[in-house]
Design a binder for this molecule. Structure first.
Ligand SMILES: NC(=O)C1=CN([C@@H]2O[C@H](COP(=O)(O)OP(=O)(O)OC[C@H]3O[C@@H](n4cnc5c(N)ncnc54)[C@H](OP(=O)(O)O)[C@@H]3O)[C@@H](O)[C@H]2O)C=CC1
Ligand SMILES: O=C1CO[C@H](CO)[C@@H](O)[C@@H]1O
Length: 314
């Protein structure tokens, strides 16, 4: 049976399935988070960049106030955006997220991307990217995150969108180890090599876009989400499961935590109901064969940045 929690290198338990919140609109995300908590989610993935931390926090606080959960049973993640990589920016931005949530501490704070931009740059430039680059070293940013742990503002810290070499560099230059590396992960980009590399070093992979960002179906330039592959639907029928459940089970079976986003009640329920079946070796082999190393989030406008992560193999 698949594990419902994964032990991090500091002994903290990470609930394997979390709720993603990117593009969950302020008017919808509150209800989505409440539903998720009601049906058993204990891990919510957020970010300052998503602009909805206040609504997520409101839902969390209501569920705590009404006695459905205790704060200590929840695992709340947020992330530091690229404009704020200078060490002095980290604690103020972490405090800003806490204040938006209305919480005293986070469970996990991540460096969202390894590369930084100038503090006054557009959050996600659409052109002339290079004029906005900053060369702040993510090892400096990491020191700011370590301070966050020391001040009790977050229980754990980690990275996101880091390649193997960048993870190794943080490990060699830290006093507090990263517990996770959150990266894009789905059958089109199964991250087997990065997962093995991180596992050997006690760093857990958290997979984002686990459903291949299904709203991108048919969008030119983006990989076709595997959940629309008729063969995956056939695999699902054997276990009485949906394609999304098959894909999430496949990833969790590799020791990966998954954070599918949904604001739809039935899908929120569906996406956590993945623990009661085991895929056959043949079915896993089919899913392995779907790997194309295609990215939904290459952020290739940053490819000339000194700390761009996706130029190496993994
Ligand atoms: N660290 C990083 O840089 C990044 C982190 N993330 C995090 O990862 C999370 C997940 O990634 P995301 O990009 O949202 O993509 P996902 O792969 O989670 O796909 C989300 C889409 O799938 C739909 N969906 C949800 N459940 C199902 C289902 N069972 N069947 C069919 N469709 C479904 C959702 O629709 P609906 O909501 O309408 O139900 C939504 O359109 C983000 O929300 C964010 O928290 C994402 C990207 C980058
Ligand atoms: O978290 C995120 C959500 O997706 C965006 C791209 O579409 C990413 O840039 C960002 O890191």
């Amino acid at each position: 049976m698949l594990p419902k929690t994964i032990k991090l290198n500091n002994g903290v338990l990470l609930p394997t399935v979390g709720l993603g919140t990117y593009k969950s609109q302020p008017g919808q995300v509150e209800e989505a988070v409440k539903t998720a908590i009601d049906v058993g989610y204990r891990h919510i993935d957020c970010a300052w960049f998503y602009g909805n931390e206040a609504e997520v926090g409101k839902a969390i606080r209501e569920k705590i106030a009404s006695g459905v959960v205790k704060r200590e049973d929840l695992f709340i993640t947020s992330k530091l955006w690229n404009n704020f990589h200078a060490e002095k920016e980290v604690i103020p931005k972490l405090k800003e997220s806490l204040s938006a949530f209305g919480l005293d501490y986070l469970d996990l704070y991540l460096i969202h991307w390894p590369f930084g931009t100038k503090v006054d740059a557009p959050l996600l430039p659409t052109e002339n990217h290079e004029k906005y680059f900053s060369d702040v070293d993510y090892v400096e940013t990491w020191k700011g995150l370590e301070q966050g742990v020391k001040l009790g503002l977050t229980k754990s810290i980690g990275v996101s969108n880091f390649n193997a070499e960048q993870v190794e560099r943080v490990l060699k230059n830290c006093t507090i180890k990263p517990v996770v590396n959150q990266v894009e992960c789905n059958p089109n980009l199964n991250q087997k090599k990065l997962n093995a590399f991180c596992k050997e070093r006690g760093v857990v992979l958290v997979g984002y876009c686990p459903l291949g960002r299904s709203e991108y179906v048919g969008k030119p330039g983006f990989p076709e989400p595997t959940i629309f592959d008729p063969k995956v639907a056939d695999i699902g029928k054997k276990y009485n499961k949906t394609p999304a459940q098959v894909v999430l089970n496949y990833l969790v079976g590799q020791g990966i935590s998954v954070i599918p986003k949904s604001v739809t009640q039935s899908r929120i329920i569906e996406n956590i109901d993945i623990f009661d079946f085991t895929l056959s070796e043949e079915d896993k082999a089919y899913l392995d064969s779907c790997n194309k190393n295609q990215r939904i989030c290459p952020l290739d406008g940053f490819k000339n940045h000194k700390y761009y992560s996706f130029s190496s193999e993994f």
